[in-house]
Structure formats: structure tokens, C-alpha cells
Design a protein around this ligand. Sequence first.
Ligand SMILES: [Zn+2]
Length: 274
Amino acid sequence: MRVTFATEPASPDRPNEDFIAVTPDAVVLLDGAGTPAGSESGCSHGVAWYARTLGSTLIASLTQSAGTLTEILAEGIKATTSLHDFTCDVNHPGSPSATVVMLRCTDGHLDYLVLADSVLVLDVIGTEDPMVITDDREGQVGKRYRTAMDALDSGTTDHTAALRTYVEAMRAHRNRDGGFWVTASDPLAAEQALTGTLPADQIRAAALLSDGASRLVDRFGLATWRQTLDILDQDGPAELIRRVRDAEHSDPSGKRWPRGKSLDDATAAYIRIT
Ligand SMILES: [Zn+2]
């Protein structure tokens, strides 16, 4: 595998809540779910700590364990929870959480795992349309609650308050049947991930994108998945993020593209496999 990646926080004065790590045969991407200003989380460590701690645990396990990706994720959630369950309220509905994408290439096979709304794009040899794997349960639940927030201009006090209300309403559906699943403190969430195995010689390349990077396609509609793979292949992950930032800055108030965060942490990894 040949891997290139780029990651950039929404703002230079805030920690990047995305996490990316790579070994010669595995890639892990997490996107920590933010706690809006004024919202309780029960955790004194914060979302960036959570994403980095879980992400480091997962990449270490991927180098040592022959277990399934679901097993590795469940163990990683358990280990991360044990690092702060004696200081923090890990069962708080707003405790730090994250999306996860894992990719592992061993013995000619490619294993993947996707939980929540980060995106895995697979460039399958001989097909024009890439295979796109994402878990949109959070987006589906979110449609019920985002109308008020989307009607307001980003950056205004009212929008900030509506975002907080939205996030707190979503908590009632987090890690529940009929709701949506993310990593938080319950290892059972791992069983809700989308997983699969493909012959590595059928995959030309793969892209892992946090939703701050995939928004160029799935929120702004400014590129197709095929064009995204081409940008990554020819110009690299930093160029993809630059295009996302250009779009965000062209619509700072979210009038054209209503969104919770005007700018978001963005991470893109591109892996050439064959
Ligand atoms: Zn904590």
C-alpha cells in the first residue's frame, strides 16, 4: 500500500478532533463528535483526547491482533473507556464519541469497517462508479431535528444555540436501536459497524474521508466520488481539503449549503493498493 493523507482543523486555535494513523498495512480514521459550547459531556478530557486515545489503541491493535475489525474496535472502546471511567461519567449521553473507518490489507485481502458518517470510497478495478461505504443512520435521524438550525445563518448566536439544541436532541437516539451508532463507552456499538472483505487485487485504490472532507461531494455537490478519487490520485489529499475550504469560505453563513459547522475538521487519506 502507498498512503498519502492530510488533516486540518476547522480553526488553527482549536484542537483537531479528527485522527488518522497509518501502518504499512492498515489505516485508521476517526472523527470525534464535538461537544458544542455550553453543553455538558461528563468528561474532563474532551473529544480530541477521546479520538486520539481510541485511534492510537486501534492502530496498535491492528499491528498485533489477528482478530476481526469488529473485535478490535470493541476491545479498543473497552480499553479507552477504562482509561477514564474512574474520573468521568462515561455513561453521560453527551460523553465523547467518534466515527471510525478501518482498513487492513493482509494475505491478499482487504478488510474494512465503517461506523457512523465517515466515508470509505473504493476504486474497484473495471468499474466506473466507485463503491461508497458510509453509515447514514445519524443523518437520517438528524433530518427530524435540523430544520430550525438550517434556517439560521451560521456564525450567529441563534445558530449556535440551535446547534446545541440539535446535538442535545440527537443524544436521545445515540447508540439505541432505531437511532444511530458511534463509538462512545459501550463496546457493543462495534457490532453495528458496516464490515466487509474484498480481494485486494480487485481494488485499485481506497479513500478514507471524515465528513469535513466528504462534504465536497455529499453536502456541496461540487464533485462526484469519481472526481474525488481523481483529485486524490493526481493532486493529493491536501488539494481536496483546499477545495473544501474554498467552498466553505464562499458560503460562510450556510445560506447555500446549510450545515451545523461552517468549517469542520477535515481529513482525507488515499491508498494505492494495486
Ligand atoms: Zn474523560
